[in-house]
Design a protein. Sequence first.
Length: 176
Amino acid sequence: MKKSMWKVILTGALLYTAVVLPPASAYTTLGGKYASSTISYIPQGLTANYSLAMADGIAAWNNANVDASFTYTSNVSAANLVLRQDAYGANIGWNARTANKPVMTSGTYTKSDIDFNTSAMDGMTVTARKGTAAHELGHVFGLDHVTDGKQVMSIYGVRTTSVPGPDDIKGVNALY
Ligand SMILES: [Zn+2]
């Protein structure tokens, strides 16, 4: 009788712990992903600052040794990912955006566009622009936002890191 009571108490304690403690890894995904782990990209009309941010962001992911990577192509019609820039306005509410196609939240992506908003990004530091590029590239893999500011997929607009963190890496490796 006494033994089984302890069992009940112990089980209750374990359940409570499981609910209250945060999970060991904390990434979120959009719901879709590329079929291949190699995603080809082409920059279109990027000026020096944005070309550098793109190159640094891609290097940050490729150097993180995740199970997927970005590779350059000169063939725009074959490219999975096109990176562009335009002055969309300072008050539009986004610094950069990613569109994965055909559907952002499910299925298999075949095309993505990243748009850098120069109105919002021209005044950024080199690191913040690189971090913004790395963040958008994470969306191309299929990652969604997290609240941890140490991950590049942080939802916060001011980028404090441009290097994929442990949860960013776990997220990509779970997808590919
Ligand atoms: Zn985002």
